[in-house]
Structure formats: structure tokens, C-alpha cells
Design a protein around this ligand. Structure first.
Ligand code: UDX
Length: 436
């Protein structure tokens, strides 16, 4: 099938390449010339495992191409809109400028019978505001939210755990749902749940899922705060409650909390939208979820300061990690980078390393000292803080090896990803998050 994908960021670039990999003929369209040049040359503009390969394969097959010219959308049966919906600069609500601009630019190239499938995460009710513009061309607007996780985006797009299609009522909606089934035929054939619903529900599914995940993380981080004043261990607590199948252990990782391009802005946009709808109280807890999350960054900074007896001024602190999570070079709202910047602000000499995110981090925070090599970064450190749980730090760095490089023996485990006993037995002062 001929498809267009409008917006070639983390979501769109992966979606375009993944759709080509399952046999579709795809054109990816973006206004950013640099991004399009890079994608056309087979270079992924960001780090995402597996993307480089499907990009190269798609381009070589002739089924995948990229352009800045919206006119190339003409003739596609389905037009996916996957542009960004960042937090507004002066508020909590989502900024819909890019969604509106993408739809306006696309409309002249739509034909009767086309399907426009929104993939961006939007406030509930957005699709309703766009429907008129799309339907005027004889095309049908549907919402088909994306649940991909960065770091697993290729796998999540090719083999999602569910597909959701929000469609208008009536024959056009049913036909559009059938077209989406055909787009995702390998997953549908495999039995992946395919949920057909109305537009509002589809929009809400996405924000509800992210709100739930954020709440789960903040719940365990709230337990970490209680553990800190009682001497309890939040890691054991998470293991114990996680055995209850109704609760589950995933997303109960206490630490410096969530960041990235989705969870923080999505819970804020949800609160803002609920208030607009006169139901602010229904999701008032999300303000608390946000507050708990941000407090954990303070806690990691405090732990580091305490480890030095009250001041980090002129202390060498090595920060392991800059990305908001492993397997990603994304530093948007990264708790890791935030902690590093705050320590720098308190007068510490901060050296920071990350397997993938250094270039992005340096662009935003040039004041920090960036070192590519982990061992080089550790050399001479008075204290080490792990803030992104890359395998390089979590599994492949032993306390014995680290001790041959550092000056001090202080380790702060901002992700509760290290073996506390092993580090203590090797002579280190170990500080975890919500662990004795
Ligand atoms: C999230 C959703 O998981 C995904 O379904 C949606 O499409 C986009 O938003 P992503 O932003 O890629 O995906 O990251 P995710 O894996 O959810 O992690 C978000 C943040 O939570 C990271 O900073 C991570 O370190 C943190 N986290 C995750 C925890 O602090 N504890 C955990 O137990 C899990």
C-alpha cells in the first residue's frame, strides 16, 4: 500500500522505515531539511537500535524515500501524522502548532477516500477539531495512537502489543478501520489485539496509558521516600509487591524518576486538558505524580552533597549517564542531565559520560565536562553517581575496577541498579534511592 508519514522525528522516522520493512511503499515528509537529508542518505538522525538497518533496507528496496515536499503525499492511501506535541512554553498544555500545520499543509494533496491517521499524542478532543478540514476533501480522519518506547521503537512498531483505531461512526469509519487492518496486516494476522473505537477514546487511550505508567513510577518513588525515613528497602518492597500478578514488577523501578519526551509533558497536558473540560479534580493526582517525580532529582543531589559532609564545592563528581534512559540518546527532560547540571551549579567539578547522548547533552549544557570513555571519566573522581542504567555501568563496571580509577570510594546509585553488597564489600560507601 502507498503510505505517507508526516513528521520524521522519533515517532515518524521509525514508523516510515518500519512500514517499508513490512512491504509498504512509504514517503516520509518533514519540514526539517537536515533531517530529510540525513534520512535520505540512510543515516538515522538519532540513536535507536535497529533503525539504521531497516532504514538502509527500505532505501535500498526503493520502497522508502524522504522529502520536504508535501506534494509527494498525493496518491498515498493512508497519511500518518506523527509530528511533535511539546509542552507549551508558557503553560502545561500541549502545543498543537505542528499538528495543525501538518494537517493544513496536507489537505491540498488529499483525495476522496484517503485516510488521515493521527499518531501524535494529543489532548482528547483534538481530532474533532481537525475532522472538518479533512472531511472537506472527501478523506477520513482517524486516530491511531503510537505506544512505542524509545530504545525499543523498531520492535514496538513492527510488533506492537495492541493496535488502536479511533474512527468516526458510519461506513467511512468502518472502511478506514479496514484500511488500517490492511496496513498492519502482519500484526493483525498474528492476532495482535486490534481495538476499534471512537476518536475521543483512541486519543484518551494514549494519555491514559502514559498517565498510568507515570503514576506507577511515582508510586514506588513515594514508597522510596517512606523507606528513607524508616530504614526499609524499596527494592525488596517492589520485588515483594510485584509478585502479585495484579500489580506486576515492571515500572516499579525506584530511582531519580521519569523523564523523556513523553511521560512528563503528557501528564501535564492531561491535567491542563482535564481542567479545560471542567474535570481538573479527576486527574489532580497527576500534579502529585509530577511533584514526587521531581523530588527524586533533589534527593539524588542531596545524597551526593551529604556524602561529602555538606558541600560538593570543588569536588570531582563523575556522572554516569546523560540520556533519560538506556538505549537512547534522548536528553529531553532527562533526570540524569538535570542532576548533573544541579551538581555543577553547586560548585562540583562535574565530568559526565554516556555511550550515546554526549553530543546532544553538550549542545544544551556546554558548561559540563564531557568524556567519551567511561574509564577516562572515572579517573580521579571523588564520587561517582549512576543516573542512567546503561549496561556499561550496571553490569560491566565492577567496584574493584572502578576503585583502580577513582580517587574517592563514594558511589550514589540513582537508579538502584547496582549490587549494593558487592560495592560495600569492595570498600565503597554506597548510597541508593530508598535503600538503607
Ligand atoms: C513512554 C511509554 O512507555 C511509551 O509507551 C510511550 O509511547 C512513550 O512514552 P519512553 O518515553 O520511551 O516511553 O520511556 P519509558 O520506557 O516509558 O521510560 C520513561 C522514563 O521512566 C525513563 O526516564 C525511565 O528511566 C523511567 N522509569 C521507567 C523509571 O524511573 N522507573 C521504571 O521502573 C521505569
Amino acid at each position: 500500500m502507498k503510505l505517507s508519514v508526516i513528521g520524521c522525528g522519533y515517532l515518524g522516522a521509525v514508523h516510515a522505515a518500519a512500514m517499508a520493512s513490512i512491504g509498504h511503499e512509504v514517503v516520509g515528509i518533514d519540514v526539517d531539511e537536515r533531517k530529510i537529508a540525513s534520512l535520505s542518505a540512510g543515516e538515522a538522525p538519532f540513536f535507536e537500535p535497529g533503525l539504521q538497518q531497516i532504514l538502509a533496507d527500505g532505501l535500498a528496496s526503493g520502497r522508502l524515500r524522504f522529502t520536504t515536499d508535501m506534494a509527494h503525499a498525493a496518491g498515498s492511501a493512508v497519511h500518518f501524522v506523527g509530528v511533535g506535541t511539546p509542552q507549551q512554553k508558557d503553560g502545561y498544555a500541549a502545543d498543537l502548532t505542528y499538528v495543525n500545520a501538518a494537517v493544513d499543509a496536507l489537505v491540498p494533496y488529499l483525495s476522496a477516500g484517503d485516510v488521515v491517521a493521527g499518531k501524535s499524542t494529543v489532548p482528547v478532543g483534538t481530532a474533532a477539531t481537525l475532522t472538518g478540514r479533512v472531511e472537506a476533501t472527501g478523506a477520513t480522519l482517524v486516530w491511531n495512537p503510537e505506544f512505542l518506547r524509545e530504545g525499543f521503537a523498531v520492535q514496538d512498531t513492527i510488533d506492537p502489543d495492541r493496535l488502536v483505531a479511533g474512527v468516526p461512526t458510519g461506513a467511512d469509519g468502518e472502511r478506514a478501520a479496514d484500511i488500517l487492518r490492511a496496513v498492519y496486516h502482519p500484526s493483525v494476522t498474528k492476532g495482535t489485539p486490534f481495538i476499534v473505537t471512537d476518536l475521543a477514546t483512541a486519543e484518551l487511550v494514549k494519555v491514559a496509558a502514559n498517565a498510568f505508567l507515570a503514576t506507577k513510577i511515582s508510586f514506588i518513588n513515594a514508597m522510596a521516600e517512606i523507606a528513607e525515613v524508616t530504614g526499609a528497602d524499596v527494592t525488596t518492597l517492589a520485588d515483594a509487591i510485584g509478585h502479585d500478578a495484579r500489580i506486576g514488577r515492571r515500572f516499579l523501578g525506584a530511582g531519580i524518576g521519569f523523564g523523556g519526551g513523553c511521560l512528563p509533558k503528557d501528564i501535564r497536558a492531561f491535567s491542563a486538558r482535564a481542567e479545560e473540560l471542567g474535570r481538573g479534580e479527576s486527574v489532580a493526582f497527576l500534579r502529585e505524580v509530577d511533584a514526587i517525580n521531581l523530588r527524586r532529582r533533589d534527593r539524588a543531589v542531596d545524597l551526593t552533597v551529604q556524602a561529602f559532609g555538606g558541600s560538593v564545592f570543588k569536588k570531582n563528581v563523575t556522572v554516569l549517564g546523560a540520556a533519560f534512559k538506556p538505549h537512547s540518546d534522548d536528553i529531553r527532560d532527562s533526570p540524569a542531565l538535570d542532576v548533573a547540571v544541579r551538581l555543577h551549579g553547586l560548585g562540583a567539578w562535574v565530568t559526565i559520560t554516556d555511550p550515546e547522548a554526549i553530543d546532544n547533552a553538550r549542545r544544551i549544557h556546554p558548561q559540563l565536562n564531557y568524556v567519551d570513555d567511561r574509564d577516562e571519566a572515572l579517573r580521579g573522581a571523588d564520587a561517582v553517581i549512576v543516573v542512567t542504567e546503561w549496561d556499561e555501568y550496571r553490569r560491566h563496571l565492577t567496584p574493584e575496577h572502578a576503585a583502580t580509577l577513582t580517587n574517592g570510594r563514594v558511589i550514589i546509585d540513582g537508579r538502584n541498579c547496582l549490587d549494593a553488597t558487592a560495592w560495600r564489600n569492595a570498600g565503597w560507601d554506597y548510597y541508593g534511592m530508598g535503600r538503607p
